[in-house]
Design a protein around this ligand. Structure first.
Ligand SMILES: O=C(O)CCC(=O)C(=O)O
Ligand SMILES: [Fe+2]
Length: 368
């Protein structure tokens, strides 16, 4: 991890160091990744170079799970029906945990639950000012950001070190409490679901809204101007706990990934191709974590995390969704979503009101 502020040379070095294969093989062999999609085998690239349809080489969209039993890298059959059932129960379990936490958990740092300008790096505020000024354009914005190759992955200062420390301390306090805990996904056993902690309304929704002028310029075709919900969580890696994260893409139009600390070595992120761009020979780049800085990338950019070698790594992940985009095509099952009602933001879909009487409902795609 880099601790020193200031633009590092990493971006340029890395952009010239694209690799044809992922940097190293991950140790984790989980098979699903929350609502994201885990790529089970890189060998699932078609011999002619086309990426095999996602329904064939990935295992998250429920309908796809049912249709195509997958074999993991140990060649064991995955119990798909059990996974489908597990997923169906997740929303209700989350609602129950949230109710208990809001009643019984006493925050150690109540102030971190409400976004304040003082949490944000001065450079972030400057970028925000630029993006909300008349005549702001992509070219101008890019001059404030570090860009990684041509993959539309950008790094920018987001939080102050002081805020990162207070947030981490809060997350650890929660972790040490006897509150019920949901985990971000089946490959991450030590992270924290921030909606359950009550951080959505006053911390993460305002953060997403303040990022919108940036994402509008960076990712217009993905609904960057209308990101209207999110799923946010913290991930934690430590020796004897989770070390790395397998290759996957996120159930998000745009993802923000901020390094919160602590001290660690290795554990870089790696990025391959965008899942909609068939590519004969995928190229990977590695990106280092920099304390307090965030990466913005397309949710569909295939990525993973290399194992840490020492210490403890925590990152804040915000999967940001644009209902206007995903209502048309579910990014997980790649079809028109079949919606079922859900709590909170659900999976970021919305249904148009069908009459004056009917309130807008937030929905999840029954297929994904
Ligand atoms: O380990 C990280 O920082 C990346 C996590 C990630 O990609 C995810 O949870 O979707
Ligand atoms: Fe991810």
């Amino acid at each position: 991890m880099l601790r020193t502020p200031g633009i590092s040379a990493t971006a340029e070095v890395q952009s010239n160091q694209q690799q044809r294969s992922p940097p190293v093989k991950n140790s984790s062999q989980g098979f699903s990744h929350g609502e994201g999609i885990l790529l089970l085998q890189r060998s699932s690239l078609h011999p002619l170079g086309e990426v095999v349809s996602h329904k064939q080489d990935v295992c998250v969209a429920l309908a796809c799970l049912r249709k195509r039993p997958c074999i993991n890298s140990h060649q064991k059959k995955i119990n798909i029906e059990a996974e489908v059932q597990r997923r169906k129960q997740l929303p209700q379990q989350s609602v129950e945990r949230r109710a208990i936490i809001s009643k019984c958990y006493k925050p150690k740092h109540p102030e971190v639950y409400t976004l304040q300008d003082s949490f944000l790096a001065p450079e972030f505020l400057e970028i925000e000012r630029f993006c909300t000024s008349p005549g702001a354009d992509l070219q101008g914005l890019l001059s404030y950001l570090e860009s990684f190759s041509d993959k539309r992955i950008y790094r920018l200062p987001v939080f102050t070190e002081q805020f990162c420390q207070a947030l981490l301390d809060e997350l650890e306090n929660f972790e040490h409490s006897d509150m019920p805990k949901g985990r971000p996904n089946t490959m991450n056993n030590y992270g924290v679901l921030l909606s359950e902690l009550g951080m959505d309304e006053r911390l993460l929704t305002p953060l997403r809204e303040r990022l919108r002028p940036l994402t509008a310029l960076l990712y217009p075709e993905l609904g960057g101007a209308c990101l209207d919900s999110h799923r946010a969580f913290a991930v934690k890696y430590a020796l004897h706990q989770d070390l790395d994260l397998s290759s996957h893409y996120d159930n998000a139009e745009v993802t923000l990934n901020v390094s919160l600390g602590k001290e660690f070595t290795e554990g870089n992120l790696y990025f391959g191709e965008f899942n909609e761009d068939p590519c004969p020979v995928p190229r990977y780049i590695e990106v280092e974590h920099v304390w307090g800085r965030g990466l913005l990338h397309r949710g569909g950019q295939i990525h993973g995390a290399l194992p840490i070698a020492s210490g403890e790594r925590w990152n804040l992940i915000v999967w940001m969704r644009a209902s206007a985009v995903r209502n048309r095509l579910c990014p997980m099952c790649r079809r028109k979503p079949e919606l079922v009602p859900a709590e909170g933001f659900g999976d970021g879909f919305t249904e148009p009101p069908q009459g004056e009487e009917q309130p807008e409902t937030v929905s999840v795609c029954a297929l994904g």
